[in-house]
Design a protein around this ligand. Structure first.
Ligand code: C5P
Length: 413
């Protein structure tokens, strides 16, 4: 999802550990993605991993010699298993085989990857968290022994990345397939985000709506949905359970987000209203059409040769944000609206805040941001206004999520 130019891992030092499995080829791409995102990457490989991909490949991709044995003597103290995790921001095992997970669960240390994991600091001033991306056949994954081992390593503090379901190298289909390199990169980026919305439930609307005129035509707008999708992603990264109600857009669903696709404003309203009371925060980024054709023609409206356009009558759509903001206290989430204007941004945002009865409006200049990856915002609340940006939509979304977290925590409601 994210653009590598975001440099989300700038300043991070990651220990990328490979155990044996066909999915080793994805570790090569991951090493490159992590480097592009700004991380320095040190690779350590088990003997089994070296049967699937060469240390030379991983060295070339990371610019650092690979440690492939616990007997490595090139370092002055001859203790690579100790040195590797000191100063690392995380140890990421990609792929983690069933055998390696069993070793982690038991605290075994008979080869370099499990040995290094066991020797890493788990407390103190500089702990080295463990992230594990399982990769194995579905029967191996489903086996009670593996599930027992996975529960154990999670109880011991490991964070699981995946696995996903899908087609496997063996030809079978099911759980145990390792996440793709970019999914792993995004999961690692998410791991490092502050959990300012942990335990919170967040509802987001995003994208345009499409109001049908006839079976082939309709009224819509230029909203790309990118800002709302970035907010949904940032909220999920911050630990929230996120529901995203999306109008017609072609954007991938952010990891861990529950998505409900809708087309019209009425459908968006009908998806949002019953769900709102189960959420702590409602962020309305959707560009909802104000009007819809009063009647949808059953057949395509045809030219009749008279030169006259058909007269369309319009009905006003329900205001979703205002309706949520009118819910009784106790059922009403904290409401945030967006204002996309072409001029007089602050004055319009201020008026919108009053009209809709919401505590916070985020304003932006619509034509300057539609479809783009960056944006400039202004936050308007009862206290006044504050500019945010310019920055990428993801960077802005993370800043907004930090702001929402603070407001939900009661410091600025
Ligand atoms: O009234 P206007 O469309 O300018 O207000 C924008 C804000 O209100 C956005 O947060 C938008 O998502 C929300 N809105 C809504 N339902 C509508 C119209 C706007 O939720 N029918």
């Amino acid at each position: 999802m994210s653009d590598a130019s975001d440099l989300d891992l700038s300043g991070r030092h990651l220990l990328l550990a490979l155990s044996g499995g066909v999915a080793c080829f994805k570790a090569a791409e991951l090493a490159r993605e992590l480097g592009r995102a700004g991380a320095t990457v040190q690779v350590v490989m088990s003997e089994a991993a070296c049967r699937f991909i060469t240390p030379l490949t991983m060295q070339a991709l990371t610019g650092r010699p690979v440690v492939a044995s616990q007997w490595e003597a090139s370092e002055p103290n001859a203790m690579p298993h100790i040195n590797l995790t000191r100063g690392a921001d995380a140890m990421v095992i990609v792929p983690a085989s069933a055998d390696l997970i069993a070793k982690l669960a038991q605290g075994r240390a008979d080869e370099i990857v499990s040995l290094t994991a066991l020797a890493r600091p788990i407390g103190g001033a500089r702990p080295c968290p463990l992230l594990v991306a399982p990769a194995m056949n579905r029967e191996m994954w489903a086996h009670p022994a593996t599930q027992r081992n996975v529960r154990q390593i999670v109880a011991d503090g490991a964070t699981l990345l995946g696995p996903a379901a899908g087609e496997q190298a063996c030809g079978e289909v099911g759980d145990g397939r390792m996440l793709e390199a970019v999914e792993l990169r995004d999961a690692i980026v998410a791991f490092f985000q502050p959990k300012v919305l942990a335990g919170r439930r967040v509802l987001v609307t995003a994208g345009p709506t499409f109001e049908a005129i006839d079976p082939v035509r309709g009224i819509t707008n230029l909203s790309s949905g990118k800002m709302g999708f970035a907010i949904a992603r940032a909220a999920a990264e911050a630990g929230a359970a996120v529901t995203l109600v999306a109008g017609p857009v072609h954007l991938p669903t952010p990891a861990g987000v529950r998505r409900i696709d809708v087309v019209s404003a009425q459908q968006m309203h009908d998806a949002v209203l019953p769900a709102a009371a189960q959420h702590d925060l409602f962020v309305a980024t959707a560009a909802v059409a104000d009007w819809r054709p009063a009647e949808v023609a059953g057949q395509k409206l045809k030219k009749d040769g008279s030169g006259r356009a058909p007269a369309l009558a319009f009905t006003e759509n329900p205001d979703i944000l205002a309706a949520v903001a009118r819910l009784p206290a106790g059922q009403r989430p904290y409401c945030v609206g967006f204002a996309a204007e072409s001029h007089d941004l602050v004055a319009h945002a201020r008026a919108k805040r009053e009209r809709k009865g919401v505590p916070l409006i985020v304003g932006n200049i619509g034509p300057a941001t539609f479809g783009r990856d960056d944006n400039t915002l202004v936050l308007v609340d009862a206290q006044g206004e504050r500019p945010l940006g310019p920055a990428s939509k993801l960077v802005l979304a993370r800043a907004l999520v930090a702001e929402f977290g603070a407001r939900l925590a009661g410091s600025q409601t």
